[in-house]
Design a binder for this molecule. Structure first.
Ligand SMILES: CC(C)(COP(=O)(O)OP(=O)(O)OC[C@H]1O[C@@H](n2cnc3c(N)ncnc32)[C@H](O)[C@@H]1OP(=O)(O)O)[C@@H](O)C(=O)NCCC(=O)NCCS
Length: 196
């Protein structure tokens, strides 16, 4: 399976059909799904028939946008996943970053490490002019990951969640980092041109 990138503590690799069991376990943890479905697990059928085929379709369509499994480098253990891809109806120039990790992996800076690597990837290898990320206003850990990854709060809005989630009355937030901001944080490096 193709590896997108490696960091000191993460390997991001393409999905395979055989990853369904890992996703069932990940989405079966109510603490993982707290800010996504109010804790309800994702059904196996949805993972097998909708999610995995969608991830594999991304891999066929583009080497640089999609969803990737996050693995522990020495053991190969499944840690969760990250995504970088334009949200529905959004331009390729503004891909959306996302992440979902196993409870046992939280609190070690892994979401931030993967997010920074994907933001670098977006500006080095795709036509992105801006990377965006969204979460619930009350999801403090996810907002902190966005901040630590160099993104800044750009707006409050109300997402159209399919289910009621505790805290959704406070709405949602969008964070973003523009190519210029990313470059400004790397002043020691020559400015790479946008990828075509
Ligand atoms: C959100 C998530 C990805 C964070 O992963 P992680 O690897 O623990 O994140 P990091 O360790 O890189 O950073 C987390 C930061 O949030 C902080 N944090 C965690 N819980 C917090 C809370 N309840 N309130 C405030 N800050 C919190 C941590 O202290 C840390 O900040 P610090 O480094 O300044 O101390 C992880 O909890 C997860 O996968 N959750 C389930 C799926 C999900 O909600 N995904 C996001 C959907 S938008």
């Amino acid at each position: 399976m193709r590896i997108l990138l490696e960091t000191p503590r993460l390997v991001l690799r393409e999905f395979a059909e055989s990853d369904a069991g890992f996703l069932v376990a990940l989405d079966g943890d109510p603490s993982v799904m707290r800010y996504l479905s109010n804790g309800t697990p994702t059904p196996l059928r949805e993972i097998v028939e909708d999610h995995i085929p969608a991830y594999l379709a991304y891999h066929r369509a583009s080497p640089d946008f999609g969803f990737w499994v996050a693995q522990d480098p020495p053991s190969g253990d499944f840690l969760g996943w990250f995504h970088l891809r334009p949200g529905p109806g959004c331009p390729d120039a503004e891909p959306e970053l996302g992440y979902r990790l196993r409870r046992s992996s939280w609190g070690r800076g892994l979401a931030t490490e993967g997010s920074r690597a994907l933001i670098d990837h977006a500006f080095l290898h795709t036509p992105a002019t801006r990377v965006v990320a969204e979460t619930m206003t009350v999801h403090a850990a996810s907002r902190r990951v966005m901040e630590k990854s160099g993104m800044r709060l750009v707006r409050h809005f109300t997402a159209d969640w399919p289910v009621r989630i505790d805290g959704d009355e406070q709405g949602d937030v969008e964070y973003a980092i523009a190519r210029e901001e990313w470059l400004a944080a790397r002043p020691q490096e020559a400015a790479p041109p946008p990828a075509q």
